[in-house]
Ligand binder design. Structure first.
Ligand SMILES: *Cc1c(COP(=O)(O)O)cnc(C)c1O
Length: 394
């Protein structure tokens, strides 16, 4: 097939050439004398992405799901009461994981399109006078619905009643793309992965733990070997690993962090907001809406576009792939068919973000859905032109 493929799903995301080149290396000795010169700054720099000074980063040869597992296995115990909320595929998978680990899960079922119910959390925590709830879980960015939640608000709810529960955050599709503040928000564990905002292939489960979370290791009796934080700490402190590290991915992560720091983390967030706003302008010009039910929930990394009644969002995805070599993302679970998703995170710029809008428009037109060709593209273009800044002074 001629021409390139277009990947606009919310992970894995496009891996920029610079990162591909950084990973395209000879295999190397993971016990090399000079490896700590590479690994120690890498871990320090990863802390900057989480905005933590006091936390510790763990990097597992895994995906985000492995990061979740390590978070639970190293800090909690069977029967521990935890407060969670489900409002999409990923927040529900996290609930399932905690249930399988034997935690006593109180899971609030929220509408798909809403986010973490901060007020309900506040009421439940305030009523928990005996402090039986050991941890509160929040999915920062629900990738299935394109909903971003208020993590600072969850911290406020905990502080308002002086509740000592740990705060666990799923940041798999937000870290490196949407502002996240580990220390300022008093987050105890944040889980991420390599294949979304960090622009790498899948294969790294990245976890950041606060001192308070680290202190829970002593009391946690859940079984673990591969995901044991203690083994990581012992070897990571020397610049090494308890088992064979995925060196290519770690070299890629170095390049990813270099790119993010060169652009500036805050500029990366602002760019994501701008790309997302362009997509939302297109959605609105189509006469459609995001699945996210309110502006405060809008995600800057992924938009789930609700298609009109009688249309099938997943048919749009199949058509775009089949006809135009464009990967959009299907809608899952409760909203299966009601939407298609556009991933607009990671290595993304103006002309790139117009592509999934363009392809979705053409696909919807082909399918006979009510759409005016060019309407979404024009709206996104107008927004991008109105907010354009030169990359290079002329
Ligand atoms: C992608 C994703 C996950 C799962 O991560 P894997 O790397 O696929 O294991 C979890 N949570 C969210 C919010 C995600 O977007």
């Amino acid at each position: 097939m001629s021409g390139r493929n277009f990947l606009f799903i919310p992970g894995p995301t496009t891996v920029p050439r610079r990162i591909q080149n950084a990973m395209n290396i000879e295999q190397e000795d993971m016990r090399a004398l000079d490896l700590p010169e590479f690994t120690k700054p890498l871990y320090e720099d990863m802390k900057k992405i989480f905005k933590t000074k006091t936390g510790r980063v763990f990097i597992f040869p895994a995906s985000g799901t492995g990061g979740w597992e390590s978070a639970v296995a190293n800090t909690l115990n069977v029967g521990d009461k935890v407060l969670m909320s489900g409002f999409g595929h990923f927040s529900n998978l996290w609930i399932d994981l905690c249930q399988r680990w034997g935690l006593d899960v109180q899971a609030l079922a929220e509408a798909w399109g809403d986010g973490v119910p901060v007020e309900k959390y506040a009421d439940i925590l305030a009523a928990d006078k005996q402090h039986e709830i050991k941890a509160v879980f929040a999915t920062h960015n629900e990738t299935a619905t394109g909903v971003a939640s208020d993590i600072a608000g969850v911290r406020k709810a905990l502080d308002a009643c002086n509740h000592p529960a740990l705060l666990f955050v799923d940041g798999v599709s937000s870290i490196g793309s949407i502002d996240f503040r580990m220390d300022e928000w008093g987050v105890d564990i944040c889980v991420s992965g390599s294949q979304k905002g960090l622009m790498l292939p899948t294969g790294l489960g990245i976890v950041c733990a606060s001192e308070k979370a680290l202190a829970c290791r002593a009391g946690s009796k859940l079984p673990k070997t591969f995901f044991d934080w203690n083994d990581q700490i012992k070897t990571n402190d020397l610049g090494y690993f308890p088992y064979t590290p995925p060196m290519n991915l770690l070299r890629g992560l170095r390049a990813s962090l270099d790119m993010i720091f060169e652009e500036g983390l805050e500029n990366v967030f602002a760019r994501h907001k701008r790309m997302a706003t362009a997509v939302r302008a297109a959605v609105s010009a189509w006469g459609m809406q995001p699945i996210a039910t309110a502006e405060k929930w809008y995600s800057d990394t992924v938009t789930a576009v609700k298609v009109p009644a009688g249309c099938d969002g997943n048919a749009v995805v199949r058509h775009a792939y089949s006809y135009y070599n464009l990967a959009l993302s299907i809608s899952l679970g409760k909203i299966a068919g009601q939407a298609f998703r556009i991933g607009h995170l990671g290595d993304m710029n103006e002309l790139m973000v117009l592509t999934p809008i363009n392809g979705a428009e053409m696909s919807m037109k082909d399918l006979g859905y009510p759409i005016t060709l060019g309407s979404g593209v024009a709206a996104a273009q107008a927004y991008l032109c109105a907010t354009a800044k030169p990359r290079i002074a002329q």
